[in-house]
Ligand binder design. Structure first.
Ligand SMILES: C[S@@+](CC[C@H](N)C(=O)[O-])C[C@H]1O[C@@H](n2cnc3c(N)ncnc32)[C@H](O)[C@@H]1O
Length: 303
């Protein structure tokens, strides 16, 4: 049961969703035909020392033999691979456009600060709950970093703009923001407030990328997935961690209303463009998923 001030460690409640997505990234990384490589994901998931999580990232689930096709048939897994590619390209494009200030909201076990190539002078701010960032810090302490990475340990329902400014965020500089796998874990009013705060802190030329599952029936094959996960010892009841779709702005309309230029991605097309076929079973669920980028125009850009 969620509450307005709930908190969690990496294996608990919403914290475990960060492990879940990292396990899928580790699994993708281990494939011969991997579409991206995130070597940090396996280190992070492995550090928990749980058979269930270890088998998920190996593409198996406990004694159950869940085939690659079935894993990919669960649209959440396929969306996750697609959105990793989409947001990696988003940051590459922001870097090409000269943006040097990056803010990752709800960074979880995202290792982009470590694994992407950043131009010199780039600062990456990572925000998440304190225990989640502390876990990541512990596991990656010995890893090499070529970017100025700054942690902002705070709940995103609290006054995170102040905490971000205190860590050296420059509101006068264009920023590339990311909210990946975050918005449905916020109540609608908190999502709307967070988007307002992003706009308030954004200089012209800033960009925002996000994903968001639409509607209240987000899960294909929910019962099968839950059963298999529970048998593997993974307690992750996603649907009870999500807040409802109602009461939240559709971010596509919301950014357009604020006169940002909105561009939408299609998760199925992202995978197919990279040569990965998408199981039919996953397509309907993937179609329920918003993947978007919005850009705050500079003075010389028009809509
Ligand atoms: C599904 S994970 C996504 C993590 C990361 N963005 C990724 O894609 O790998 C959700 C993350 O949102 C964070 N989160 C959710 N609600 C939050 C809140 N109110 N304050 C801070 N972090 C929050 C969780 O701690 C978790 O790390």
């Amino acid at each position: 049961m969620r509450t307005d001030d709930d908190s969690w460690d990496i294996t608990e409640s919403v914290g475990a969703t960060a492990l879940g997505v990292a396990a899928i990234r580790a699994y993708e990384t281990s494939r011969e035909d991997a579409l991206f490589r995130d070597p940090y994901a396996a280190k992070l998931v492995g550090a928990v020392g749980s058979d269930g999580w270890n088998s998920l990232m190996a593409g198996r689930l406990g004694g159950q033999s869940v085939s690659d096709g079935e894993l990919r048939g669960w649209s959440m897994g396929s969306v996750l691979i697609a959105r990793t590619l989409y947001f990696d390209e988003y940051f590459a494009s922001a870097a090409r456009a000269g943006i040097r200030q990056i803010v990752i909201l709800a960074a979880g076990l995202d290792a982009r600060a470590y694994r992407l190539e950043w131009p010199s002078g780039t600062r990456v701010f990572e925000l998440d709950q304190p225990k989640v960032l502390a876990f990541k810090d512990r596991v990656l302490a010995a890893e090499e970093l070529t970017v100025d990475r700054r942690e902002v340990a705070i709940d995103l329902r609290q006054d995170w703009p102040k905490a971000l400014l205190d860590k050296g965020f420059e509101p006068g500089e264009p920023t590339a923001w990311l909210a990946e796998g975050l918005l449905r874990y916020l109540p609608g009013h908190a999502q709307n407030r967070l988007l307002e705060q992003v706009v308030e802190l954004s200089a012209p030329g800033s960009r925002m990328a996000l994903n968001l599952g639409m509607g209240n029936d987000l899960s294909d094959d929910r019962e099968r997935r839950r059963k298999v996960m529970a048998e593997a010892g993974i307690q992750l009841d996603l649907e009870n961690l999500f807040y409802s779709w109602e009461d939240r702005a559709d971010p596509r309309d919301w950014f357009a209303m604020h006169r940002w230029l909105v561009s939408e991605g299609d998760p199925v097309a992202v995978l197919e463009d990279h040569g990965r076929s998408v199981p039919e079973a996953a397509k309907a669920g993937m179609g329920q998923h918003i993947l978007m980028t919005a850009t705050k125009p500079r003075g010389d850009e028009t809509q």
